[in-house]
Design a binder for this molecule. Sequence first.
Ligand code: SF4
Ligand code: SF4
Length: 398
Amino acid sequence: MRDLEQYREVMERCSQCGYCQASCPVFSQELLESYTARGRTLLIKAALMEQTLPVSKRTREIVANCLLCGTCAHTCPGGLPLDEIFMAARNLLRSGGPAASLKRGLHRKLMEQRGHPGAAGKLGPLAKTLGFTPSDLPQPAAWPFLADQPGVLSPNGEVRARVAWFVGCAANSLHLDTAQAVRKVLLANGVEVVLPQGLACCGLPALAQGEIDLAQEMARRNLDALAAQEVDAVVTECTSCVLMLREKAAKLFEPGSPEAEATQALAPKVMEAGAFLHQLGLSHTPKENSLTYTLHQPCHAASFDSQVQEELALLEQVPGAEYRPMADPASCCGAGGDFFLKNLEVSRGVRRSKLEQIEHSKAEVVLTPCPACRHYLGLALGPHKVKHPLAVLAGAYD
Ligand code: SF4
Ligand code: SF4
């Protein structure tokens, strides 16, 4: 993922079959070949690798008008890592100048503090003013979740397992209810939870902006903090963090380097918290929690969707909680990180179809393990209608 040139050979494998056209949520709205993965790849090759086309404003628009959902990469019969190619292209197209440098500085600070704007409380609002974070994001909590947590959370009874918990930026700063639910269900089931010191953001938001060096720096910090832990698993409540720690982080380093190998060694231990709990089995029987729910599966979970299914299976053990499936749980919701801020119409068009599915499910709440999906669906449905799946289990432990 370091260099676009490294993808030249794999890009030759594109057979122009067009499968990526059918699966692309942006194409479904714009109906322009330039917005398919095939079209983007041809443009990137011509403008950024072979210089047979100029790098114009339109080139930048086409590279930017992509959710990085990765759906095309999962449907491509040639196995092209399309989302990674697009991130590498964004790296080459990054803007320079003082404003871009300031933006990068703010990005770094927020990532180091796992989304929290810090004691001065100024970085978050400033980042919003610069359009760096969504203007309609909720105000970060006065106290991030991690501010008053000990290094180790111990359950009351027998310790059945020990995990390192990678608390994502959103759970730490915005969706504290998610962090509280995860803590509650892990401890209630005899899981000892280590909160490693020195962790930063997983780095996926930096990658999405083409900031590969910054993503690499975050990956290195997280590796240092996690590799030393003697635990059964590294759990997190955020789908994007799972994706980064399991798959993308290793690709940031030279193949065969000690960092790449250590990241690959860690990857199989990284799990959705609910999937881990499902495999461990509940030792604390849930009480009744009467509600109907449907599930939105985030695009980023495409390569480990079995983990989302395990999280869902865990909820079958909650008396009174009834699953109402939607037609296509894995279809995109249109959020794409901060994509929806800059591409309002496309995002709303993609979300419209998801909202119709939700309505047809007749469920009271929508569950999703991705904080960006939660936020974007919550903007349309109301914030209390969208929750993390483990909130349902936590509600059965009240
Ligand atoms: S699905 Fe893959 S091989 Fe087929 S056109 Fe798209 S990028 Fe090329
Ligand atoms: S990553 Fe998603 S939005 Fe981008 S080209 Fe692929 S399918 Fe379309």
